[in-house]
Design a protein around this ligand. Structure first.
Ligand code: MOS
Length: 739
């Protein structure tokens, strides 16, 4: 089905099942431990051996020798696959750092061997006996030192945010110079890691030339293509299966060494091999969100009209890597006749930078939305009024492109009402509660809505049970449930008459889970397949009229009513279709919006920050399941708290690695850090986005949160911190006098 004109009335609009706060259909499996994650799939292949990854102890240089003799002689060892056994493996389309092969080392903890043994403990013990000699060469590890000379570089995150090296509208410099009120400030965000609960994990088994990999991956089709490329085999010989995933946040968008080495280890040992990447290896072996230095300049008239806006961002990455696209939202969020955005990329030898939840916008808004707060203060305006004044209903760079829907003002206004914004004292450091300094802050949230092809197969049996198959994934987001809701709505069934099977590359290729595009596109693909199933059923049952109704497990037209399952009396019916898109995405700017509100308390003595309340008001098209959507948003808000207050990879600039490479030292929020959180969804349906009229919320929830916290902290203390995370050392010596 091609979606190239705005959606009219369709069966989803009934909202009998879709749009309801439905419990997860996979919830009972997860809470009873019966949903098998990749490493637990003991039953899929017999006689599994355990692989343990050895990571490089240097960041740059080459291996001069590797002594495996002691490791090979250790108890239980089956085989050892060494990087010296093979040339550098081809780098797949979506990887930047080579995953394995050869003596060259491009980053710390690059995989250099897989020890395969009968038990995990034996593999680990033997891995400790591998002796490696290296020749180190100097590397580029100091981002702050490299940034000033970094060249311009454009790029896209591949996820809907991107920018050319330089983009200009009007005359920024002239307008900025002439502006009566202006801000010129620089903000920094650190390197961050996904820190998902489930590590990278895979089991691989070969049958002749064919390999099956039971793994944990967000994008099944990408994994299939990229593993084939890395192993130099045909994609037809690769099967990927990933039905349950314990979080990804972008870390599992790409093929990683667990899958690659499980396949190589299984080949070498002639039996299935399972590999879970050790937690201490995950951070330097995989991808991370790159640190940024962002300069923002805003010029405005005295009444608060932006006349000039510039956002220039620098980040670092390995050779052939792309910049963090932190300027992308600044191209779209606010009006202003004279505009400049640019990106610079420092080539470095730290591990690969790549997508992490809302790449681009998440760190970009952490800077832009502090700048907007600072500018509002200079103008003596309320921060919401300043944003409202500079709202735009068109793409400010290409005014002929309207937003399909944009209710940012409504998000901020409703949020203000609900949060009690009118009680905020605009003068900072005025409100106290015992030893705590209290502040309120807000920020706009913004993230694009990506349209991408997605397919599904739907089947009907004689009992009237519908089974959906698609290689779409559920990374903890609720995909199983919204897909079941979609098929139930389309076929006129209760949700318990729908079976959903996901994550298998033998199923039709889907959008996958990334860039908050999963929900809208994957359900639209199911919608397309169900339209076909409805036509097939109607035809089989001899209904010729156009207005056949599917409801209550029956198919009706006129006064004739037949059980849905009767259509499959002669055998199961299978149909397949996909959604693909015309150019509505070009004609219209499609985005999602939020107003984020935070109340923070800063201890006047110690400088520690505690979040007291958080509210997000979201406008993101039709909300397919308010319960799972809310979970997505509060999870993202929580991640925003981490980004604002604690998350930071510490770089060892001499030896070139992220020092805090485990969950003991890379701090993420815990329950005690998270206060009352509230989420409100505006009632929307965007007919431009798809037949589902939905968009995404999984990344919108983090976009803007960091700045809302920073602005609340400033309102509490009167000390502006422009360097994330906002740890107590950054404002302690500037807090208001205690006595
Ligand atoms: Mo997202 S960074 O595509 O998981």
């Amino acid at each position: 089905m091609k979606f190239d004109t705005p959606a009219g009335q369709n069966p989803i609009d009934q909202l009998k099942v879709v749009g309801r706060p439905t419990d997860r259909i996979d919830g009972k499996f997860k809470t009873t431990g019966t949903a098998p994650y990749a490493y637990e799939r003991h039953d899929v292949a017999p006689h599994q051996a355990y692989g343990y990854i050895v990571g490089s102890a240097i960041a740059k240089g080459r291996i001069t020798s590797m002594d495996l003799s002691a490791a090979k002689a250790a108890p239980g060892v089956v085989t050892i696959v060494s990087t010296l056994d093979m040339p550098k493996l081809p780098v797949s389309k979506r990887n930047i750092a080579p995953l394995f092969g050869g003596a060259e080392i491009d980053h710390y903890h690059q995989a250099i061997a897989l020890v395969v043994a009968e038990t995990f403990e034996q593999a680990r013990a033997a891995a400790n006996l591998v002796r490696v000699q290296y020749a180190r060469t100097p590397g580029r590890f100091d981002f702050a030192a490299l940034a000033p000379t970094a060249p311009l570089e454009g790029g896209s995150s591949g996820e809907g945010s991107g920018a050319p090296p330089v983009d200009r509208v009007g005359n920024f410099e002239g307008a900025f110079a002439a502006a009566p009120v202006k801000l010129d400030a620089t903000y920094t965000t650190p390197d961050e890691t996904h820190a998902m609960m489930e590590p990278f994990a895979s089991i691989a088994a070969w049958q002749g030339d064919k390999v099956t990999v039971w793994t944990s991956n967000q994008m099944i089709t990408w994994a299939k293509e990229d593993l084939a490329k890395t192993l130099s085999i045909s994609a037809d010989n690769v099967r990927i299966d990933s039905p349950y995933i314990g979080g990804g946040f972008g870390g599992k968008l790409f093929l990683r060494t667990d899958a690659t080495l499980a396949a190589l280890g299984a080949k070498a040992s002639g039996r299935p091999v399972k590999v879970a990447m050790q937690r201490p290896l995950m951070i330097n072996n995989s991808t991370h969100r790159s640190a940024t230095i962002q300069r923002i300049r805003i010029g405005a008239t005295r009444d608060g009209t932006i006349t000039a806006i510039a956002h220039e961002s620098t980040s670092g990455n390995l050779p052939h890597g792309k910049p963090e696209t932190a300027v992308s939202q600044t191209k779209l969020l606010y009006a202003g006749a004279n505009r400049l955005t640019s990106m610079r990329l420092a080539v470095m030898d730290l591990p690969e930078g790549n997508a992490m939840r809302a790449p681009g916008e998440a760190p970009g808004l952490m800077a832009l939305e502090i700048a907007m707060d600072e500018m509002a203060e200079k103008l003596g305006m309320d921060p919401i009024d300043f944003r409202v004044k500079n709202d735009t209903q068109v793409d400010p760079e290409k005014p002929e492109r309207k937003y399909s829907q944009r209710q940012l003002i409504e998000c901020m206004r409703q949020g203000a009402d609900r949060f009690g914004w009118s009680k905020r004292n605009p003068k900072p450091a005025q409100v106290r509660d015992g030893q705590w300094l209290i502040g309120m802050g807000m920020a706009a949230g913004f993230r694009n809505n990506m349209l991408t092809k997605s397919g599904a197969k739907v089947s009907l049996d004689h009992r009237g049970v519908v089974t959906v198959r698609t290689d779409m994934t559920d990374i903890g987001t609720g995909t199983y449930t919204i897909i079941a809701q979609t098929a139930a709505e389309m076929m006129g069934l209760p949700i318990d008459r729908v079976v959903v099977l996901l994550g298998d590359s033998d199923f039709p290729a889907s959008a996958g889970s990334g860039g908050q595009w999963g929900a809208n596109n994957s359900t639209a693909g199911v919608y397309a397949a169900c339209i076909k199933l409805r036509e097939t059923v109607a035809q089989k049952l001899g209904f010729n009229s156009g207005d056949v109704e599917f409801s209550g497990g029956k198919v009706r037209a006129g006064n004739r009513s037949v059980a849905l399952g009767d259509a499959a009396k002669g055998g199961d019916i299978h149909v397949e279709d996909h959604i693909e898109y015309g150019d509505l995405g070009k004609q219209y700017q499609q985005s999602t919006f939020a107003g984020h509100f935070v109340e923070a308390a800063v201890n006047a003595y110690t400088g520690e920050t505690r979040i007291r309340r958080m509210l997000a008001v979201c406008a993101a098209g039709r909300i397919l399941n308010p319960k799972s959507a809310r979970s997505q948003v509060i999870g993202a808000m929580t991640m925003g708290v981490g980004a604002a207050l604690m998350e930071e990879l510490a770089v060892d600039k001499r030896f070139g690695f992220f020092v805090n490479h485990d969950l003991a030292t890379y701090e993420v929020p815990v329950h005690a850090d998270i206060p009352h959180q509230e989420v409100i969804f505006l009632d929307e349906a965007d007919a431009i986005s798809s037949p589902m009229k939905a968009k995404g919320v999984g990344e919108l929830g983090i976009c803007g949160v960091g700045a809302a916290i920073a602005n609340a902290v400033y309102n509490a203390t009167g000390v502006r911190v422009r360097d994330y995370p906002i740890t107590l050392d950054k404002h302690l010596d500037r807090l208001p006098a205690i006595a």
